[in-house]
Design a binder for this molecule. Structure first.
Ligand SMILES: Cc1ncc(C[n+]2csc(CCOP(=O)(O)OP(=O)(O)O)c2C)c(N)n1
Length: 571
């Protein structure tokens, strides 16, 4: 350690160890919380954090830390920060990196690495995380000289949070964290190879306005890009001016109010009849910030058969990737829509199209049948909405419960919906709820989880207790991996291979062991009482909800089918 540091004038002199530089850089980036887990290669960093002045949340597994950071990023729009040690610590965050990459969530992930001198020698806890993470990060760095640390941190935060957001990994050999160097965070980011295309081309937007003028059956597809670019007001204005109806992707839920008469619901594999038929029959699809992924489009041969396609996207490489695009507009969604609003001409007469869609909404709503005996999972989701007045942040795992939450919760506002869309990561929901609750302490956060997914990361219950996070865990317990069971029922002749879970832990005892109140719920009546009690406390709570074990998610587009070929539509 340098004498300058010991003299007490360390920051002013700007001669700092690598670990202190990391803490200073995180402070300059106004990082509110770090999600992490210590280990040998990051001991110097943890020592600097000991009195470094940035809160740290210790999860019980590195996967928990990165999903928590994703939850934080989704709710705040700011980069979530993660620290993991080398080797197994680093490999434990791989799923989260892939998840954040495909769902465009900004993260800055710091991994410890073995000492520079032994790099590449299969040293203890060495894992080539740079190579492993290359295709699943927006960018990654390995620090080779302590002097580079400030520049690399500044670039990492810039890259993670600008353009299409994504995870950036910084791998730091242990010796670098102990070495001193000059700390200068004042230099502006200079990345000639990193070109952002936030400003839309006015000519391209003009062409969209012309296309709108002619369209008699237009539909907007709102994706997560609307949320990332905070374009929800512009979207509302566009709809107010044009009366074009809106369908949403799974990740776009909340970008347009669910109770708006022109909202058609979620589109895609488990989308509403009306949203899917609108996309099928449309003569103009206006995609704002969606990837046209396969769960949305179904069989591409059938998708947008009759439509011209407009695609607004911050990432030009997404435009035309899956669906041929007639009107490409690369740029920030909010800016593009602002330009479009200025250009708007009179639109064509769409009244018969609207009449058709509004009638379809009425005739073919989402539906389920009450059997008078079992607790329907769809009802459960409706009750979560009702009892939280739709104000809660809802996180989920992956599976049937995720689809029911997407279908039946009715998101009114942006950034209240936290789910693993692209990767479909079981185990995401509980840690993501932790990150969301840390981001918004006063808000109600409800983690709607599957019984199988919960068992993948349930050790994070310890975090709820330790950090007094009042997350309400609603376990949609159907005694199976419901979505797998559904596919085996429908496509594998009911051969339920390894998807039934008759042996479950006693979740009340389990919660009790973590110091968390819990109850078992079998019916709507019991749920109303127990959930009201859970909401009334400022403590975490777990409800083990025994729902209909054989319920399926409908409508459904079977694999290989077109978006119009839905099964299980209300008769
Ligand atoms: C890490 C991971 N492994 C496997 C899968 C495949 N998978 C998708 S849904 C599902 C079942 C989920 O069961 P559960 O958590 O109980 O939710 P449910 O479908 O019953 O609501 C499985 C195994 C996955 N998405 N993620």
């Amino acid at each position: 350690m340098s004498t300058v540091e010991e003299s007490g004038t360390k920051v002013a002199q700007k001669l700092l160890t690598g670990s202190r530089m990391i803490v200073e850089a995180l402070k300059e980036e106004k990082v509110e919380v770090i999600f992490g887990y210590p280990g040998g290669a990051v001991l110097n960093i943890y020592d600097a954090l000991y009195d470094g002045g940035i809160p740290h949340l210790l999860t019980r597994h590195e996967q928990g830390a990165i999903h928590a950071a994703e939850g934080y990023a989704r709710v705040t729009g700011r980069p979530g920060v993660v620290i993991a040690t080398s080797g197994p610590g680093a490999t434990n965050i791989v799923t989260g990196l892939a998840d954040a990459m495909i769902d465009s969530l900004p993260l800055v992930v710091i991994t410890g690495q073995v000492n520079s001198q032994v790099l590449g020698s299969d040293a203890f806890q060495e894992a080539p995380i740079l190579g492993i993470s290359m295709p699943i990060t927006k960018h990654n760095f390995q620090v080779q000289d302590v002097k580079e640390l400030p520049r690399i941190f500044k670039e990492a935060f810039h890259i993670a949070s600008t353009g299409r957001p994504g995870p950036v990994l910084i791998d730091i050999p242990k010796d670098i964290t102990a070495t001193s160097g000059i700390y200068d965070y004042s230099k502006a980011v200079h990345l000639p190879g990193y070109k952002l295309q936030t400003e839309p081309d006015p000519q391209a937007v003009k062409k969209v306005a012309q296309a709108l003028k002619k369209a008699e059956k237009p539909v907007i597809l709102a994706g997560a890009g609307v949320l990332h670019s905070k374009a929800t007001n512009e979207l509302k204005e566009l709809v107010a001016k044009t009366t074009i109806p809106v369908a949403s992707t799974l990740l776009g839920l909340g970008s347009f109010p669910a109770d708006h008469p022109l909202f058609l619901g979620m589109a895609g594999m488990h989308g509403t009849y009306t949203a899917n038929m609108a996309l099928y029959e449309a003569d103009l699809i206006i995609n704002i910030g969606a990837r046209f992924d396969d769960r949305l489009t179904g069989n591409l041969q059938e998708f947008a058969k009759f439509a011209k396609v407009v695609h607004f996207d911050i990432d030009p490489s997404e435009i035309g990737k899956n669906v041929p695009t007639d009107y490409p507009v690369a740029g920030d969604a909010a800016k593009s829509l602002q330009l479009l609003l200025k250009e708007l001409p009179e639109t064509a007469d769409t009244s018969s199209w609207l009449e058709q869609l509004l009638q379809s909404k009425e005739d073919y709503p989402l539906w389920y049948v009450e059997d008078g005996e079992t607790f329907k999972p769809q009802k459960l989701v409706e009750l979560v909405h009702e009892l939280t007045k739709g104000e809660a942040i809802v996180t989920t795992d992956v599976g049937q419960h995720q689809m029911w939450a997407a279908q039946f919760h009715g998101f009114q506002k942006p950034d209240r919906w936290v789910t693993s869309g692209g990767l479909g990561t079981m185990g995401f929901g509980l840690p993501a709820a932790i990150g969301a609750q840390v981001a918004e302490r006063p808000s109600t956060v409800v983690a709607v989880l599957g019984d199988a997914g919960f068992q993948m990361t349930l050790q994070e219950l310890a975090v709820l207790k330790e950090y007094k996070l009042p997350v309400k865990v609603v376990l949609v317990n159907n005694q199976s991996m419901g979505m797998v069971r559904q596919w085996q029922q429908l496509f594998y002749k009911e051969r339920y291979s390894e998807s039934l879970l008759p042996n479950q832990p006693d979740y009340v005892k389990l919660s009790d062991a973590f110091g968390i109140k819990a109850a078992v719920v079998h019916s709507e009546v019991e749920f109303r009482t127990a959930f009201a009690e859970a909401l009334a406390t400022d403590e975490p709570y777990l409800l083990d909800c025994r729902v209909t074990p054989t319920e399926n998610v409908y409508p459904m587009i079977a694999p290989g089918k077109g978006i119009q070929q839905m099964e299980g539509v209300k008769p």
